[in-house]
Design a binder for this molecule. Structure first.
Ligand code: FES
Length: 195
């Protein structure tokens, strides 16, 4: 039953009925309003209000892109050294080196081969031992100041009078009894420092 039908059934009519029908509270968001057609019949029409609210919209965003890194890739020289003893390039740079050797240079190619050695700056004998360790000693013998020390058979050896020294510099015969000065080495695989 509509409001109009209810009020009319209750005995309201004319101006009083219209007055009651006009009492629509503002909070009513939807009412059936009386429409009186030209032929005297009545009907209803709908009034709508505005509905508003909030909500959450979820979804996913996807896309593609490229990641660019900068810097120079590190290429380790084709050395046969034992890489387990390599240190970082940063650590290497902090060593106060007596001499620095670029292992990628063809000048020092012998140091990329197990058992290879050479004399650097007419002062140091530098070798890559057969076990893959970089070792260095003075080229000047302790028997007489002859620059004849070489690396041979996992020893330091003087070709002048045959003095022999262990890789740690200990004398192994009478001519080598004074021992030999040994230097420390470090490498990151590209650079070798003697210190
Ligand atoms: S100078 Fe080296 S053994 Fe004599």
């Amino acid at each position: 039953m509509t409001r109009y039908e209810f009020l009319k059934a209750a005995g309201f009519s004319g101006a009083s009925l219209m007055a009651l029908l006009s009492c629509v509270k503002t909070e009513d968001s939807y009412v059936e309003a009386l429409v009186q057609n030209p032929d005297g019949t009545t009907g209803t029409t709908s009034a709508t209000g505005t509905t508003s609210g909030t909500g959450t919209t979820t979804g996913t965003t996807s896309g593609t892109g490229t990641t660019t890194s900068t810097g120079t890739p590190t290429t380790v020289a084709a050395t046969k050294a034992d890489s387990s003893v390599f240190v970082s390039t940063e650590a290497l740079s902090k060593i106060s080196a007596k001499i620095t050797i670029d292992l990628k240079s063809t000048t020092y190619a012998k140091l990329n081969t197990l058992g290879g050695y050479l004399v650097v700056s007419n002062t140091y004998v530098v070798a890559l031992s057969k076990t893959g360790k970089y070792i260095a000693a003075t080229v000047t013998c302790s028997h007489e100041p002859k620059k004849r020390i070489v690396y041979s058979n996992e020893e330091w050896y003087c070709t002048d009078h045959g003095a022999r020294f262990s890789l740690a510099g200990k004398g192994l015969n009478s001519n080598g009894s004074k021992g030999l000065t040994i230097y420390k080495t470090a490498t990151d695989g590209n650079t070798l420092v003697i210190y």
